[in-house]
Design a protein around this ligand. Structure first.
Ligand SMILES: Cc1cc2nc3c(=O)[nH]c(=O)nc-3n(C[C@H](O)[C@H](O)[C@H](O)COP(=O)(O)OP(=O)(O)OC[C@H]3O[C@@H](n4cnc5c(N)ncnc54)[C@H](O)[C@@H]3O)c2cc1C
Length: 303
């Protein structure tokens, strides 16, 4: 049943017609519980209120798969505005971006051009830029872009998905980087990705152990309390400083757990999306956990 709903929501997440319709409906159907709002201001307001409770933020402008140059140019301009706004507001916040939003699906040169401008603006203000990892089709190009940026900038990192067979080798090759580790949100082929939850969970914890013990900084992005408990045990028994890693959770998800982690002294950062292009993001969350439908409906009816 879970496999069926996962496939269904993942295929819905890629439906361009529904995505366009969703843009018109606005933040309905419960999406407003997990998206801060349509404007950059709404994201900054969400960060500010989370900062007051000890939770840091990483904001992200929703939207991906731009195949039109002017859309990619516009999206890049919003990322630069976001950086300026974070700096001006003096909030504790990073920026997360998806490269297909700024032209990766058009051509590498357009994407790199925008990415350099955004990283430069972020660097000027000491703001960290996390490049989200997308479907495997873009994996190599995303790592290539990161490599290019790292020649000039140190305020940039990316994400490794435990679902991929090659993840362990990649983490070993990025021991000194600021990495976000995740299970992986996309349905990938068995040729290069694990297919069962057990295999992915096992690999996820293996990657976490590898990277928290390295010179890099590790963001462990999960809502899985079992993994979080294992991380706490591993880091304390190996005397790994809590300054070497943080837990990341999505905005609006498991808020009690976020609070509890802060109370226990761990660093916590919420991934806070904003913008009108919420449809694909929202469908992927439903694919991950069908129970999020109940959560979404509660949000819808309590509006
Ligand atoms: C901050 C952040 C950034 C991310 N960035 C990326 C990225 O760049 N690229 C990418 O591919 N993926 C990304 N992801 C998504 C990630 O890959 C997973 O798809 C997603 O986090 C679901 O996996 P999970 O580890 O949270 O646990 P799951 O495997 O979904 O859940 C494990 C168990 O945890 C419990 N649980 C989970 N969610 C809840 C809940 N809401 N309430 C109560 N219990 C719950 C349940 O018991 C569940 O069985 C990101 C996730 C986060 C949190």
């Amino acid at each position: 049943m879970h496999k069926f709903s996962r496939r269904l929501f993942l295929s819905l997440s890629e439906n361009r017609f529904l995505a366009a319709a969703a843009r018109k409906w606005g933040l309905s159907l419960g999406a407003s519980k997990v998206v801060s709002g349509e404007s950059l201001e709404s994201a900054i307001a969400a960060v500010r209120s989370l900062n007051e409770t000890g939770i840091a933020g990483t904001i992200t402008h929703l939207g991906e798969f731009n195949t039109n140059k002017s859309e990619a140019d516009q999206a890049a301009a919003v990322c630069i505005q976001a950086v300026e706004k974070i700096a001006e507001s003096a909030v504790d916040c990073h920026l997360s971006i998806k490269l297909t939003q700024i032209g990766l699906g058009i051509d590498l040169a357009t994407c790199l051009h925008h990415l350099k401008d955004i990283t430069k603006a972020a660097h000027k203000h000491g703001i960290f830029l996390q490049i989200d990892m997308e479907s495997f089709f873009y994996y190599e190009s995303i790592l290539y872009c990161l490599q290019q940026l790292r020649r000039e900038f140190d305020n940039v990192g990316t994400v490794v998905q435990a679902s991929l067979h090659r993840a362990e080798d990649d983490v070993r090759g990025m021991q000194d980087l600021h990495l976000r580790l995740v299970k992986g949100a996309y349905k990938e082929a068995p040729d290069y990705a694990f297919q069962t939850r057990e295999e992915i969970d096992e690999n996820f914890f293996k990657l976490i152990q590898l990277h928290v013990a390295s010179n890099g900084y590790t963001a462990i992005a999960t809502h899985d309390h079992n993994i979080i408990e294992k991380v706490k045990l591993f880091t304390s028994s190996h005397h790994i400083s809590i300054a070497n890693f943080e837990f990341q959770l999505l905005y609006g998800f498991r808020e009690e757990l976020q609070k509890q982690l802060v109370e226990e002294g761990y660093r916590v950062r919420a991934y806070i999306p904003f913008g009108s292009d919420w449809y694909g993001y929202f469908m992927r969350r439903l694919a991950e956990r069908p129970q999020n439908i109940t959560f979404a409906l509660k949000g819808f009816f309590s509006k």
